[in-house]
Write a protein that binds this ligand. Structure first.
Ligand code: PAF
Length: 293
């Protein structure tokens, strides 16, 4: 695996591949890789002849500087994992390479509406950081395919919209959420859980699963289901930011078939902000592990 830190070196490798008409799949990450990321890389390898992973802790998508500083960094182990998986190139630029004019005065990619609901309502500016950095990575690396996890469902949906709106010729592929054996969605943020919190954490998945099953059994009183899931989480010691039942395009659920519904939640447990969702289509059908658009 080749490790490149600057844009010119990355473009040189990519140009050689393009000359040989090799397709390229990209998996952007912020490092601290866990089996969820590795599954995205495996999907990437199914979709293209060459795989590029990026590790860049993007300061523009964090609310506070200390969150950037305390973000877990495990570069050496990450590189070994990527190498073992047969990733072709790791692009790991410094902040000054991606934001030569700083993050405040850089050109931004803004998507109104979709980025202001759910996580966006609690983390203003977060999605602008994500859409800006991903657009930059797409422009630098020009992949044919990019793979993102369904765990960050709003991010996936926002990135699909931005790719479509800006006519970027990148196919967005979604990878299923990978879970611990007790149901907890894998996430770098799970490191922030104490041992006692880690024991309670799977109740987030359990609560969403329970709500999803009620929807499948025909209950369409969305507000009551959201309220009851929120209460359940509070009683289990979580501080929920939201529990929402929406259509898969993140619009209102009223007109949607049950198979098009999704239950989404963000909740704090101690110092960890946990994010999870249940996509009813995945529960109801034996869908494949990756869902292309
Ligand atoms: O999901 C993430 O890890 C990040 O938001 C991403 C897509 C790598 C952009 O920094």
């Amino acid at each position: 695996m080749k490790t490149v830190r600057d844009i010119a070196a990355a473009r040189k490798v990519l140009a050689e591949w393009r000359d040989r008409q090799l397709s390229v799949a990209l998996v952007p990450t912020m490092g601290n890789l866990h089996p969820g990321h590795l599954s995205l890389l495996q999907i990437a390898a199914e979709y293209a002849e060459r795989v590029v992973a990026t590790i860049f802790v993007n300061p523009m998508q964090f609310d506070k500087q200390d969150e950037v500083t305390r973000y877990p960094r495990t570069f050496k182990e990450d590189r070994e994992k990527l190498n073992a998986l047969g990733v072709d190139v790791l692009f790991c630029p410094d902040t000054s390479v991606i934001y030569p004019h700083g993050t405040e005065l850089t050109t931004r990619v803004e998507l109104p509406g979709l980025t202001e609901i759910l996580c966006g309502a609690h983390r203003p500016g977060h999605f602008t950081g994500v859409t800006t950095v991903v657009t930059k990575l797409f422009n630098i690396l020009q992949p044919d395919v990019a793979v993102f996890g369904e765990k960050d469902y709003q991010q996936l949906h926002v990135l699909r919209r931005v790719t479509e709106d800006l006519n970027m010729p990148v196919r967005i592929v979604a990878g299923r959420t990978i879970r611990e054996s007790d149901g907890l969605a894998m996430s770098s943020r799970n490191h922030y859980l104490s041992a006692a919190e880690r024991e309670r954490a799977p109740q987030l998945h359990g609560t969403l699963m329970h709500t999803a099953k009620q929807l499948i059994s025909g209950d369409r009183d969305f507000s009551r289901l959201e309220r009851s899931a929120t209460l359940k989480l509070r009683n289990a010691g979580f501080k929920p930011e939201y529990v929402r039942i929406l259509a898969s395009d993140l619009g209102g659920p009223e007109q949607s078939a049950v198979s098009d519904l999704i239950v989404l939640a963000a909740a704090w447990l101690g110092e960890a902000r946990l994010l999870d969702n249940m996509i009813l289509r995945n529960l109801m059908h034996d869908a494949p592990h990756a869902s292309a658009r």
